[in-house]
Design a protein around this ligand. Structure first.
Ligand code: HSE
Length: 346
């Protein structure tokens, strides 16, 4: 029976969700997936860090209060985040990186990924920054060190998108996509259709935990732009930088705009899209668009995300599902580990 030793970098909602899945489902995974996980280290800038090569109690980690320096309460733990030690010296086979997304330079997450990959340790991450900003460098580093670098959860959390398009649509010739890739903005637009003000709808999205720490990343389109760059580079083999993608958001859509659209049988959606052009280049954009109610993305409401791939051989293929959430995003990390396990068996 295979057991992967895993270290968790960042212990906010997502990796806490993964620890919860380990606590509740490890025995089941042995039978259904052919492996189990042993958590050998955790590091978090706020909580501190802990390493135990014999394995940490996942349930005890989940129960840890979200208080500054809380890892110091555990035997062998410390209030300081010794992240490099956790990555390089915990004996981990896999690092689950789920620190905050930094859209400017992808740090410190990119450095954490580099430390792991150059040490010959697989990386699974939900972090958009390292992929959108340094994806090709990190993929090359993984390849040189013969380890995996997987990031399914960086777009649409646990809803399969990257691997679905890369594997199940291989050969169908994906030519482009358009998607609702931000739960917060779609939630805000949906609630505004129901009569709520923009500010009240954003506040609700924050309370529900969908919004980024700074919700302007959600409503001004910057979060979607990262996801468009990731998908375009991954699925259309583009070489887009963030600055190549024209970006606007939903903050200037008024209640009157929403009501007018509704009267005309239309709705506003924040759409991230990329399309291969006749000359082979890829054009991408993020903008609010008026859609007819018959459009496949018009019925996607609330925090749900969806992406519609345009393919040469099977036309439009649309997948929808959650785009955020603690357990949903933790599942994305699990799906990355399943992918690593499958590749190890071949
Ligand atoms: N703030 C993001 C959203 C979370 O609302 O979709 C997932 O990237």
């Amino acid at each position: 029976m295979t057991e992967y030793k895993i270290a968790l970098v960042g212990f906010g909602g997502v990796n806490r969700g993964l620890a919860q899945l380990v606590a509740e489902r490890n025995a089941r995974w042995q039978a259904s997936l052919g492996f189990s996980l042993k958590i050998v280290g955790v590091s978090d800038i706020f909580l501190g860090s802990i390493v135990n090569r014999d394995g940490l109690d996942a349930a005890q980690l989940v129960a840890l209060p979200a208080e500054k320096g809380a890892f110091a309460k555990l035997h062998g733990g410390t209030a300081e985040a010794f992240t490099e030690t956790v990555i390089r010296q915990s004996g981990a086979d896999i690092i689950a990186e789920a620190t905050f997304t930094n859209p400017v330079d992808g740090e410190p997450a990119t450095t954490f990924c580099r430390w792991a990959l150059e040490s010959g340790i697989h990386v699974v991450t939900t972090n958009k920054g390292p992929i959108a900003l340094h994806g090709s460098e990190l993929k090359a580093l993984a390849q040189r060190n013969n380890v995996a670098f997987e990031y399914e959860g960086s777009v649409m959390s646990g809803t399969p998108v990257i691997r679905l398009a890369r594997q199940a649509l291989a050969g169908a010739e994906v030519q482009g996509f358009e998607g609702i890739l931000n739960g917060t903005s779609n939630y805000v637009l949906t609630r505004m259709q129901e009569g709520l003000s923009f500010a009240a709808a954003v506040a609700q999205a924050q309370q529900l935990g969908y919004a980024e720490a700074d919700p302007s990343a959600d409503v001004d389109g910057y979060d979607v732009r990262l996801k468009v760059v990731i998908l375009a580079n991954e699925l259309l083999n583009a070489k887009l930088q963030i600055s190549d993608v024209a970006c606007s958001g939903i903050s200037n859509i008024s209640a009157e705009d929403i009501a007018t659209a509704s009267r005309n049988g239309q709705c506003w959606k924040l759409i991230g899209a990329a399309q291969r052009q006749a000359d082979g280049s890829v054009q991408a954009s993020v903008a609010a668009r008026l859609l007819p109610l018959s459009h496949p993305l018009a019925g996607i409401s609330g925090a749900t995300n969806a992406v519609s791939f345009t393919t040469e051989l099977v036309g439009a293929v649309t997948v929808s599902g959650p785009g955020a959430g603690k357990i949903e995003t933790a599942f994305a990390l699990l799906s990355d580990i399943v992918a690593i396990h499958t590749s190890q068996q071949q």
